[in-house]
Design a protein around this ligand. Structure first.
Ligand code: PEP
Ligand code: MG
Length: 600
């Protein structure tokens, strides 16, 4: 029977495919496909970990004190039995050989299957054995984590084989940002998660991959089973499981329509983004890794406005963070890949929903850190680890020798942090000069994403070469809405007058001071806001490469002088969204000038 699950639409379009479930686990589990040639090696790795755990249980049983309750020995026997059970080990090996999951993913996938079977058992004693199974699997997972990791495939080879020609869509309770990144180059055609908000990092990466995604779909990962046929409607925030043939056909039709629309928009790639009244608008891109540069050039962006460098640091453990050389190589590749166009690289924004060790926001909420979004995050983290920060800064300045690099600092809130940041920068420049290593000059900019920064903008304008407004966080911190929490996602509102006042005033002050200002939060890539931001005076928009064409289409049809006249009534309205919608509709139908039909 077909079922419908509602969530938040976070990345547009329609995906139809077979569900691949990623089970959530209390242990930090990496998920990726392995190279099909390495299947035997991966199974052996899983068996070795199982054997280590079996040995640990033997030792534990042997060393049990004489007066230990007899249940303890019996429990260890149950655990030993589970460890040898084909339903666990044989079936896990099957996931590895047939689906090419890495061992950790295979184990947690099989745990999920068995846990459901336990849940359905009538006998309460047997139902409780689920906890034993979970403990055993956790132990194997921890053993795997201590040993050598499986080789990261970095490609889609592993998934291709089992998927055949059928598209695959990923369904998970939550996806850690680092996992999301390893899926980035994989074959998935869509994402569904139980948790997350519109600007959670899962949503951001899905948009950057330009594939449909629905987050905050609550029970999706419980209701959907492995291999179910599902439709993801990324426009409506709807997931349809086991659709009827008629519904399927309708969605296939919509898929073809949106592909046609995309190829129509792609023709704008080389058209300069200039408004009807001759205002030149800079459309630049947000990326997560240097390889994304190809998509940036293909989309016709004129540079990178935000390289989220933290993705380099995630999922590798605290003892294995990238050193200066490794970072230098990555940044150099990004710079060279952009063929002379400027690349704005943000220093690490670790923390909150992008923890170092690949924990998901949901897991984080259960950690002892109560308010990660208000905690040691972004520049606060960098300043608390000066060695780390300086290594990154040195790598950035050295990369700047190979092409234009701008350095951007996230989440600054106070003069104290600004001074510390600039001192580190000066220190690094002295070090590089003394070392004789070649390096280039960089403009240094601040992200304005904390209300305190927005309200003390003159300080930032005095100290930095440029500003970039991080609307994702600015909205989160202005409205006190956790951007990753689906329970308050309906309150996350870019149209809130407080948000619009801040954004508009930042743009106006930067322009008055003659400093470059852009927006690199999700608002910049959402065509609904293109004209409003133009009306505020914004001339630089940074977004996912896939969003450039639709925003450009709106820029080409806009007249900034006429739009600017709408700003004052919108900013003084109690309901800016309503006021803007009415005024904008009147403007586009009034027949003045050429600004007609702006529907994308
Ligand atoms: C933002 O906050 O708007 C932003 C661009 O940074 P991030 O989404 O990476 O926090
Ligand atoms: Mg931010």
């Amino acid at each position: 029977m077909s079922i419908q699950i509602f969530g938040l639409p976070v990345s547009r379009g329609v995906a139809i495919g077979r569900a691949v479930l990623v089970a959530s686990s209390r242990v930090d589990v990496p998920h990726h496909f392995i190279d099909p040639a390495l299947v035997d090696e991966e199974i052996a790795r899983m068996i070795r970990a199982r054997d280590v755990v079996a040995h640990e249980f033997d030792v534990l049983k042997r060393d049990l004190p004489r007066d230990a309750p007899s249940e303890l020995a019996a429990l260890l026997d149950v655990h030993q039995m589970l460890l040898q059970d084909e339903a666990l080990i044989g079936a896990t090996a099957d996931w590895i050989s047939k689906r090419h999951y890495n061992a950790e993913w295979a184990l947690s996938a099989q745990l999920e299957v068995l846990a459901r079977q336990f849940d359905e058992m009538e006998d309460p004693y047997l139902r409780e054995r689920k906890a034993d199974l979970e403990q055993v699997v956790e132990r194997i997972l921890r053993t795997l984590a201590r040993g050598a990791p499986s080789p990261m495939p970095g490609t889609t080879e592993g998934a291709k084989d089992f998927g055949g020609d059928e598209p695959l869509v990923l369904v998970a309770s939550d996806i850690a940002p680092a996992d999301m990144l390893s899926f980035k180059r994989s074959v998935f055609k869509g994402f569904v998660t139980d948790v997350g908000g519109k600007t959670s990092h899962t949503a951001i990466v899905a948009r950057s991959m330009d594939i449909p995604a629905v987050v905050g779909a609550r029970q999706a990962s419980n209701l959907i089973r492995q291999d179910d046929c599902i439709i993801i409607d990324g426009d409506a925030g709807l997931v349809i499981v086991d659709p009827s043939p008629i519904v399927l056909e309708e969605y296939r039709f919509r898929q073809r329509q949106s592909e046609l629309e995309r190829s129509r928009l792609a023709r704008l790639r080389h058209t300069p983004a200039v408004t009807l009244d001759g205002e030149r608008v800079e459309l630049i891109a947000n990326i997560e890794m240097p390889e994304d540069g190809v998509a940036v050039l293909e989309a016709g962006a004129v540079g990178v406005g935000l390289f989220r460098s933290e993705f380099l640091f995630m999922n590798r453990g605290r003892d294995n963070l990238p050193d200066e050389e490794e970072q230098y190589e990555v940044y150099r590749r990004a710079v060279e890949g952009m063929k002379g166009l400027p690349v704005t690289i943000r220093t690490v924004d670790i923390g909150a929903d992008k923890p170092l060790d690949g924990m998901s926001p949901n897991e984080l909420r259960h950690e002892s850190v109560l308010n990660p979004a208000l905690g040691l995050r972004a520049i606060r983290w960098s300043l608390s680890e000066p060695g780390m920060f300086r290594r990154q800064l040195r790598a950035l300045y050295r990369a700047a020798y190979h092409g234009p690099v701008k350095i951007m600092i996230p989440m600054l809130a106070s003069l104290h942090e600004i001074r510390q940041t600039l001192e580190n920068i000066a220190h690094v420049q002295r070090q590089l000069t003394e070392s004789g290593k070649p390096f280039g000059a960089c403009e240094v900019g601040a992200m304005i994403e904390v209300p305190a920064a927005a309200l003390t903008l003159p300080i930032f304008l005095r100290h930095f070469d440029f500003l970039s407004i991080g609307t994702n966080d600015l909205i989160q911190y202005t409205l006190a809405i956790d951007r990753a929490d689906e329970a308050v996602a309906h309150l996350y509102d870019p149209w809130n007058p407080a948000v619009l006042h801040l954004v508009s005033s930042i743009i106006a002050q930067a322009r008055a001071a003659g400093k470059a200002v852009s927006v690199c939060g999700e608002m910049a890539g959402d065509p609904i806001f293109t004209e409003l931001l133009l009306a505020m005076g914004l001339r630089s928009f940074s977004m996912h490469p896939s969003q450039i064409a639709s925003v450009k289409q709106r820029v080409l049809r806009a007249d900034t002088r006429r739009l600017a006249a709408l700003l004052e009534p919108v900013l003084s309205s109690d309901d800016p969204e309503q006021t803007w919608t009415e005024l904008f509709a009147a403007l586009t139908t009034s027949g003045h000038g050429q600004m007609v039909s702006v529907a994308a």
